[in-house]
Ligand binder design. Structure first.
Ligand SMILES: [Zn+2]
Ligand SMILES: [Zn+2]
Length: 372
């Protein structure tokens, strides 16, 4: 253990409200702090964070969106990371050893015998789950103390930089594997081109679908460009040319063919977190088809429920992920099913505020911080 090293962390402090895109939020609501690592309790480990990714939720929390008011401040945030075991605390840690590389699961369940979610291993659905970086200090600290139960050891061939995005990818794996019944040849519409949207688009296409992804004007040159370079059709929506107008006019895929049938698609995966985007997009889904929600929303969504009834639509939510999804995500990264290098932008810890500002302004597809 490094005794004299000053351990730094990126801390969320403020509750000042900012609009999407306002990078000023980083200055006002966050700071770099020096950390003292607490003594290890039963079942805990000390870990060195290697690479930590900036999540859309971290961005929303920095902007102080109301759906993140529940996070107590100050808090060293961060929950998407690769890490190395520095020290094992008292108690049993299974096969985990000092030096092992791992991903911590973001959501740790209560693990009580009478909790149905935990009994089935679905900690993400436990009512008393503890989220790394929100309920307790997380992966934007250069070191962290966490329960060894969270550790999902690296599989062979996974590099730590790509390992930083196992957690978000695992959530999309949960969506694609458990909620979206994708068959080859389907037309899948992904709304929102943050990393969740881009990952959903990639995995839907890997499952054999033809995919289109939406964004706004400011996404054209970075996030949608990244999608276009991967042969995913892109749709820029605006108040004057909304999604339905664009689909009805005939969106072209990368071969110049019309995407969707008469403006309708087989599956909608909503990743924008914008209420209006969801409210509108449900009209683009074919009868008896699925709408899969990965996002959360800062306000109440006004949804045409009669449309859901009359078109016999299925709305399915996806909350986080559990260990099984992590293991699949690791495999997809090693095999290249998700091309991590295409989407990751690397920053040093010294530039973490810049990474957050760039993330807020959508100047990066996925910011990953080299923590030490
Ligand atoms: Zn996340
Ligand atoms: Zn539980």
């Amino acid at each position: 253990m490094s005794n004299n090293k000053i351990i730094k962390g990126f801390s969320l402090n403020g509750f000042e409200r900012f609009h999407p895109g306002e990078a000023e939020a980083v200055k006002r609501n966050t700071s770099i702090v020096e950390m003292e690592m607490p003594e290890l309790k039963e079942g805990e480990i000390l870990a060195e964070t290697l690479y930590t990714a900036v999540c859309g939720s971290d961005v929303s929390a920095t902007l102080s969106k109301p759906n993140f008011d529940w996070i107590q401040r100050p808090k060293v945030i961060g929950h998407e990371c690769s890490a190395r075991v520095l020290k094992l605390g008292p108690g049993n840690h299974g096969s985990l050893r000092v030096g092992d590389l791992f991903n911590p699961v973001a959501q740790l369940g209560c693990r009580k015998d009478d909790c149905p979610a935990c009994r089935s291993g679905k900690w993400n659905l436990c009512p008393d789950k503890i989220i790394l970086g929100y309920h307790k200090n997380g992966a934007f600290g250069q070191q962290m103390v966490l329960e060894s139960d969270r550790a999902v050891p690296f599989i062979e061939g996974l590099n730590p930089e790509f390992g930083a995005i196992v957690e978000p990818l695992s959530v999309v794996v949960n969506a694609i594997y458990s909620k979206c019944d994708i068959k080859p040849g389907m037309d899948v519409l992904v709304t929102g081109c943050g990393i969740m949207g881009l990952m959903a688009a990639e995995l839907a296409r890997a499952a054999g679908a033809r995919v289109a992804i939406t964004g706004i004007e400011q996404d054209r040159n970075i996030r949608l460009k990244a999608a276009r370079e991967r042969n995913i059709a892109t749709i820029v929506v605006s108040p004057s040319k909304n999604l339905l107008t664009r689909l009805n006019a005939g969106v072209r895929d990368r071969q110049g063919l019309t995407f969707g049938r008469k403006g309708k698609v087989d599956l909608l995966i909503e990743c924008s977190g914008i209420s209006q985007a969801l409210a509108e997009a449900i009209y683009a889904v074919k009868p008896e088809h699925d709408i899969c929600l990965i996002a959360t929303y800062p306000d109440e969504v006004k949804l045409d429920a009669t449309q859901v009834t009359r078109q016999s639509l299925n709305i399915k939510g996806v909350m986080g992920s559990h260990k099984e999804h992590f293991m699949v995500a690791q495999k997809l990264l090693v095999q290249g099913a998700f091309p991590a290098a295409h989407y990751i932008n690397l920053y040093d810890f010294n530039h973490i505020k810049e990474a957050f500002a760039d993330s807020i302004q959508a100047k990066t597809t996925k910011a990953v911080i080299k923590m030490n």
